[in-house]
Design a protein. Structure first.
Length: 92
């Protein structure tokens, strides 16, 4: 599964906008978000669709983001993971 390229990220722009609105993240490269100096979130594309790798705790968890329901679930989990990371003092 490869990292999402420019065309895939174009299709995911509405998701990227929602992530940017969360605040507290740095987008070092389009679609690659960091919380402090730690990788937090990036995206993949695959024949099966689009996926987001979100760091929850110490590990990345892969979320499909191909339907509205999947995307809403992912965005809720991303907000919760960011709040947890900030509470743990890993936001920089």
């Amino acid at each position: 599964m490869k990292h999402a390229g420019p065309d895939a990220l174009d299709q995911l722009e509405s998701v990227l906008e929602e992530i940017r609105r969360l605040g507290g993240l740095k987008e070092k490269k389009r679609g690659a978000f960091y919380c402090g100096s730690n990788g937090f979130l990036h995206f993949h594309e695959d024949p099966a669709g689009f996926f987001a790798d979100l760091k929850t705790g110490g590990d990345y968890v892969r979320f499909p983001i191909n339907t509205k329901t999947q995307t809403r679930t992912f965005l809720r989990r991303a907000a919760a993971a960011l709040n947890s990371a900030k509470s743990a003092g890993t936001s920089g």
